[in-house]
Design a protein around this ligand. Structure first.
Ligand code: IFM
Length: 453
């Protein structure tokens, strides 16, 4: 499978990595809830993920994120690892409930102080901070008032963005208001696999509009506070119909997973199929949502299969697994060429409306273990990264303007409802001792980033 783009066989050492242009930004990505722990320290308020993880049956093995990778206390060690890697940028998120413990009003000085120290330490290591304002950890108090079903949450978010912009715009290089709003709408509100655990199916679509509005308002607030490079981080998947006559179902799913989040931001419109499900008056918000952006962040993991709906399905499509590819331990098929397909499709679809792209996430999970020799040998991850970078470079050669790549993730971390089993890190974390062990892929990425091939 890997031979399609990279000339690799599974588990072999990469022959040669593609060459990227000078100034291409190499980074690593994390998010607050997945690594910080310390959920009741520093005046942090409860988030929907604290509530969800404490609810029986929601998370594999009942795992919680009270400690996670303990990054809250161990960030100096983690920054030293990034300095060793030689990355130019670190994409991290700020926990909204550390800044506004109940989602509104004056900021919590301890929360701001923690991120001051963290951002300063990242800068001192010669690494540019790329900050996501929101990676799904809504303050519980906001959820209690309707969460993303309530239009007012977009205003609350804009206020939060203003606070962060005023405090950190002098040091943050790239700004990303919301991470993967699709996952919040679909997994959180439509099918209930993620917090806040609602099962509203298509009635969840207003949460997408309110997040899109929050994005537009936050871009305005950040810029007003002096932020210069403001973009997005949307996850996108090529949609593959199972049979040729599944095209209509594929268009629906594409509208729901991809275009519901990209079209309003880039084109100032929504796909027709979704109009009936959006809140009344949605069109008036489109100019606010479609703020010009400095970059468009793409998170890519996998394509998604689809077929026409089976009888009785309330949705206009059935999801179909993609078969015939190797899988990660997070149940993702490994399809590097779909990254090239996705980027070329975006390039054709959005043309001059598409700003330069940053790959804000790409990575894979495997069952990595510390071997007897003390190392963590993860050739599958090296193959994964190599083959995706080859596909990325091919898309760039075909004209797509991509300026950077952030590997998900620096550290093994809390993978939401799957708990700690899927390990995504370049660095292994022992969850008993919290010891960090760089994996073979860390050393491989280090050479790539430092251009020591
Ligand atoms: O761990 C997640 C991250 O929080 C958002 N993007 C996908 C990753 C892997 O599933």
């Amino acid at each position: 499978m890997f031979t399609q783009t990279g000339g690799l066989t599974k588990g072999s050492a990469p022959v040669q990595n593609p060459i990227f242009p000078p100034g291409f930004l190499w980074g690593v990505s994390t998010s607050a809830f997945q690594i910080e722990g310390a959920t009741s320290e520093g005046g942090r308020g409860p988030s929907i993920w604290d509530t969800f993880t404490a609810t029986e049956g929601k998370i594999a093995r009942g795992e919680q994120a009270k400690v996670a990778a303990d990054h809250y206390h161990r960030y100096p060690e983690d920054i030293a690892l990034m300095a060793e890697l030689g990355v130019g940028a670190y994409r991290m998120s700020i926990a909204w409930p550390r800044i506004q413990p109940d989602g509104r009003g004056k900021p919590n000085p301890e929360g701001l102080g923690f991120y001051d120290k963290l951002i300063d330490a990242v800068c001192e290591a010669g690494i540019a901070p790329a900050v996501t304002l929101y990676h799904w950890d809504t303050p519980q108090a906001i959820e209690d008032e309707g969460g993303w079903l309530a239009r007012d949450t977009a205003q609350r978010f804009a206020e939060y963005a203003r606070i962060l912009g005023e405090r950190f715009a002098d040091r943050v290089k790239l700004w990303i208001p919301l991470n993967e709003p699709m996952v919040m709408s679909i997994f959180g509100y439509a099918i209930g696999e993620y917090a806040p655990g609602k099962t509203l199916l298509l009635d969840a679509i207003p949460t997408a509009h309110h997040q899109n509005l929050a994005h537009g308002l936050a871009v305005q607030a950040l810029r007003a506070a002096g932020a210069t490079d403001v973009g997005t981080a949307n996850n996108h998947s090529p949609i593959w119909p199972a049979e040729p006559d599944d095209e209509e179902a594929a268009e629906w799913l594409d509208a729901l997973l991809n275009r519901l989040f990209a079209d309003p931001v880039l084109l100032g419109s929504y796909p027709e199929q979704l109009h009936a499900h959006l809140p009344a008056g949605f069109a008036d918000d489109l100019p606010t949502i479609a703020q010009p952006l400095d970059f468009y962040g793409v998170n890519y993991y996998e394509p998604q299969g689809v077929a026409k709906p089976s009888p009785g399905n309330p949705l206009p499509f059935d999801l179909r697994p993609i078969e015939g590819y190797p899988m990660t331990t997070n149940d993702s098929p490994i399809v590097p060429h779909a990254l090239r397909e996705l980027l070329l499709d975006f390039h054709r679809r959005y043309r001059d409306k598409l700003p330069p792209i940053q790959i804000t996430e790409n990575g894979c999970s495997f069952a990595d273990v510390v071997a007897e020799d003390g190392g963590v040998h993860d050739p599958e991850r090296i193959d994964f990264l190599h083959s995706h970078l080859v596909a990325l470079r091919e898309a760039m050669d075909a004209g797509v303007d991509v300026r950077g790549y952030f590997c998900w993730s620096l550290l093994d971390n809390f993978e939401w409802s799957k708990g700690y089993a899927p390990r995504f890190g370049l660095v292994h974390v022992d969850y008993e001792t919290l010891r960090r062990t760089p994996k073979d892929s860390f050393h491989w990425y280090r050479k790539l980033v430092r251009d020591e091939q």
